[in-house]
Ligand binder design. Structure first.
Ligand code: 5AD
Ligand code: SF4
Length: 441
């Protein structure tokens, strides 16, 4: 009987990509994917530690893994990713039924463990070079991730990531281009460049191979078969003209930028150690809007950072109103172990945080809905992903602006089609597939 694995993924797109690589590696080791955890011989969790509720969600799953392991002690339980890295060997003390634990990006270590005869629990938490070209088991054949760097050199005072993913290391540009060529040959039409801070890409490379992020975008754009390029996440401090111009010049680069604001108040941004202030952020937005007409803009915002006053929070509301994002992820501040902000003594009381969050979400949605009206009556390009979640008789896809689009039509996953937009909410657009007449379409 073939051994079976199950991977549960928490957290960001980088983790999703790591999980795809984990699955690809396990398949090449002769394992088969199980649909459910209780059918698997190898139960894996790829964890996140960005906020406290991410930790808690995952820990509630561990109870089930413990039960499954006690039912069949031959089962292997593995915990990878940022939470594992943040607690290191403690994981074995707190959860003795865990067999193997490893930090983010250390998937090859999992193979090492599986191939060893070790009976004792093993932990792998050294920061290393990029783990090499593991085949990824992609969720959709026509979309692929490209991890361009690992780690982060920023020192944002709230963030656990620099301690879970280590210093920034950019991958060699030639290796990246070869990887995209392979993806394209394998049917990928949309590629998403991933990094903790994508637009600082290349600064750590040796002088003879060093290229800028915008150069990398240009090279990927030139590759046959790649019709859409996305990237996440850029840092506002590194959002320079060359990257913005790339959006104008490169046909495959999508009209969408996710530009994390975090706070609209300059004093709070300073305490967050974001290295930009409100004016500089707004100046980047003005440059984007000036040069890339119709660009979709989304953001991340933290509510209730230590010391955030009503006035600071109002500044955030003002920026949200002024920019008019197409969407925003809003997070209540969560103190993380080992970060500077967790030591700050002016933590915002929970009820205040909750109230601010409600006001922010309302404004974000109102502005996103208003912004989305600009698509009504237009025909836009959609990459089809599958059936609509709310109504399976309809089709779902994404526009170049990264808007979810639900529509009536006959298109198949992986196709690029034109959709006429009829209605728009803050979350999604709705319309019908345009039937193209003529030959060759
Ligand atoms: N508390 C709340 N939100 C956080 N984020 C990162 N760290 C924290 C924290 N400690 C948010 C930021 C980041 C997004 C991925 O998660 O907004 O951009
Ligand atoms: Fe979570 Fe951040 Fe790690 Fe991604 S990098 S898994 S968001 S802690």
């Amino acid at each position: 009987m073939m051994k079976r694995f199950h991977v549960t993924t928490f957290g960001c797109q980088m983790n999703e990509h790591d999980s795809e690589r984990m699955k690809g590696m396990l398949t090449s080791l002769g394992y088969e994917e199980a649909d459910q955890r209780d059918q698997a011989d190898l139960i894996l969790f790829n964890t996140c530690s960005i906020r406290e509720n991410a930790d808690n969600r995952f820990i509630s799953y561990l109870g089930e893994a413990k039960r499954l392991k006690s039912e069949d002690p031959a089962r292997v339980v593995g915990v990878g990713g940022c939470w594992a890295q943040s607690v290191k060997e403690d994981v074995f003390r707190r959860f003795p039924f865990v067999d193997v634990a490893f930090g983010p990006g250390q998937i090859h270590r999992l193979a090492e463990f599986l191939n060893s005869d070790s009976l004792t629990a093993q932990g792998y938490f050294e920061f290393e070079e990029f783990a090499g070209d593991l085949p990824a088991h992609r969720a959709r054949p026509f979309q692929g991730w490209l991890q361009i760097s690992q780690g982060c050199n920023c020192v944002c005072s709230y963030c656990i990531v620099p301690s879970t993913r280590g210093r920034e290391q950019s991958r060699d540009p030639l290796a990246l281009i070869e990887e995209v060529e392979r993806l394209a040959a394998d049917g990928v039409r949309e590629v998403t460049l991933l990094g903790q801070n994508v637009n600082s890409y290349g600064r750590d490379l040796p002088a003879d191979t060093r290229i800028r992020f915008s150069d990398l975008l240009r090279r990927v754009d030139g590759l046959e078969g790649i019709e859409r390029i996305r990237y996440t996440s850029p840092h506002p401090k590194d959002m320079r003209e060359d990257v913005i111009d790339a959006h104008v010049e490169l046909p495959a680069l999508c009209e969408h930028i996710h530009l994390p604001l975090q706070s609209g108040s300059s004093p709070i941004l300073k305490k967050m150690r974001r290295t930009y202030n409100r004016e500089r952020y707004l100046d980047r937005v003005a440059m984007i809007r000036g040069r890339i007409p119709d660009c979709g803009l989304t953001t991340d915002i933290i509510v209730g950072f230590p010391g955030e006053t009503d006035e600071d929070f109002n500044q955030t509301l003002e920026v949200v109103d002024q920019v008019g994002y197409d969407g925003a992820f809003t997070f209540g501040y969560s103190p993380r172990r080992g970060t500077l902000a967790a030591e700050m003594d002016d933590q915002v009381p929970h009820p205040v945080r909750k109230e601010r969050m409600a006001a922010l979400v309302e404004l974000v949605q109102e502005r996103a809905k208003q912004r989305a009206q600009r698509f009504i009556g237009r025909s836009i390009e959609v990459l089809v992903e599958g059936p609509s979640r709310s109504d399976p008789s309809r089709i779902r896809g994404r526009s170049r602006h990264n808007k979810a689009v639900n529509f009536d039509g006959t298109a198949e996953p992986g196709q690029l089609v034109e959709v006429e937009i009829e209605t728009a909410t803050s979350q999604s657009l709705s319309g019908s597939e345009r039937l193209l007449s003529g030959i060759g379409v």
